[in-house]
Design a protein around this ligand. Structure first.
Ligand code: SAH
Length: 358
């Protein structure tokens, strides 16, 4: 139990059922209380509000444990599509962002995995101030619980595409995935969860062995090492070839389709030649004559961040890029931009908030 934050007390929302049982034993309470607690905590009910548990028990519990949900610091709702963006404040006053998108198939939340980010991608707002700290399993889960509670609606899908690099916070993210998929808790199926990484190869290899059938997304953004290293420093550690090698192993181990994200930046990686090179790369590195690995590319027009100066290509260039991929056997979708009126792309609200404080 190494997830405490500036306190000796253990965070209740970071504990598995088994760990809650052990905690009950430690404070001299019957084991059955653990199951009762688990499901209520994950509904967003704090121990103070649990009327079915006696006051003495609650006092004993709170002497050794803590319960915090992220608090809504700011909330922006798009008038265009109902996309809701939260700036959540954590127990130490650091802030992270989560975005709830409304689709026909249900509500999807995009959550943050760290306060800030170490990865240094050139186009991304989240990394500008570096990494402050990792989020605990309780804080990862807390974003889902707090958003559900605030909206009064069920969230059925999760994407780990907010602030931070999830595979740079590996153990806490794995614990979170097991907690959020638990049937007595939030109970979101793994097939409804995506994790996006900038390409930490050792993390991808570890993830492949976890037996968690989530969808893996790879932020590729370029098909040659020169361009990729210019915009994504991680490429200097694990280049494109070693990254795609890990993708191949991941697919062989899990049978799960991998999707690739490709942020289109005007004049940098958006030419027809770049599209052809991308299709060739994916086809030659991931597919053999006998094996057709399903590959999906999500094209994301870069969201301009004032510090980076990058611009999105015009619509015609984006359409052409997608058409070239499709023509060469790669399924491509152009990411629909949601919440355009509320600046819903990750990292920008937290940045604005911290700039205003300075
Ligand atoms: N660190 C992880 C997850 C967080 S970023 C990763 O790199 O995948 C989620 C996605 O948003 C990534 O594909 C990232 O490259 C992309 N992204 C970040 N800033 C962006 C911007 N300004 N415009 C478009 N996409 C951006």
């Amino acid at each position: 139990m190494d997830n405490e934050l500036n306190t000796e007390k253990v965070e209740l929302l970071s504990l598995s059922c088994e760990e809650l049982v052990a905690l009950m034993e430690k404070i001299g309470e019957p084991k059955y209380r653990a199951a009762q607690l688990f499901s209520q905590l994950h509904k967003g009910i704090s121990p103070d509000e649990m009327t079915n548990i006696g006051k003495k028990t609650r006092e004993k519990l709170m002497a050794v444990a803590s319960y915090h949900l992220p608090e809504v610091e700011r909330k922006l709702v798009s008038k265009l599509d109902g996309t809701t963006k939260y700036l959540f404040s954590l127990s130490d006053k650091n802030c992270v962002e989560s975005v709830v998108m409304r689709y026909k198939h249900g509500n999807t939340i995009c959550i943050s995995s760290q306060v800030g980010c170490l990865m240094g991608c050139a186009f991304c707002a989240s990394t500008i101030g570096g990494k402050v700290r990792d989020l605990s399993p309780a804080e990862l889960l807390g974003q889902v619980i707090a958003a559900q509670k605030d909206m009064g609606e069920r969230i059925s899908n999760i994407v780990m595409m907010g602030i931070g690099e999830p595979l740079d916070n590996y153990n806490n993210v794995m614990k979170f995935l097991r907690l959020v998929g638990h049937e007595d808790g939030i109970n979101i199926g793994y097939r409804h969860i995506s994790l996006s990484t900038c390409g930490i190869v050792t993390g991808i290899d570890k993830l492949a062995k976890e037996n968690l059938p989530i969808t893996l997304s790879i932020s590729l953004h370029a098909s040659d090492d020169k361009t990729r290293s210019e915009i994504m420093p991680i490429n200097k550690k694990w280049n494109i070839d070693s990254l795609l090698g890990a993708c191949k192993r991941y697919f062989a181990e899990t049978g799960r389709r991998i999707s690739f994200e490709y942020t289109l930046i005007s004049g940098k990686n958006d030419s027809p030649e770049a599209a052809l090179a991308l299709a060739k790369l994916l086809n030659s590195r991931l597919r053999t004559r006998t094996e057709t690995m399903p590959i999906h590319v999500n094209l994301i027009p870069v969201n301009p961040v004032k510090e980076t100066g990058f611009k999105e290509p015009d619509r015609a260039a984006i359409g052409k890029f997608a058409a070239i991929l499709e023509k060469n056997g790669i399924r491509a979708t152009i990411r629909r931009t949601l919440g355009e009126d509320i600046n819903a792309s990750c990292g920008q609200l937290r940045r604005n908030a911290s700039e205003n404080k300075e």
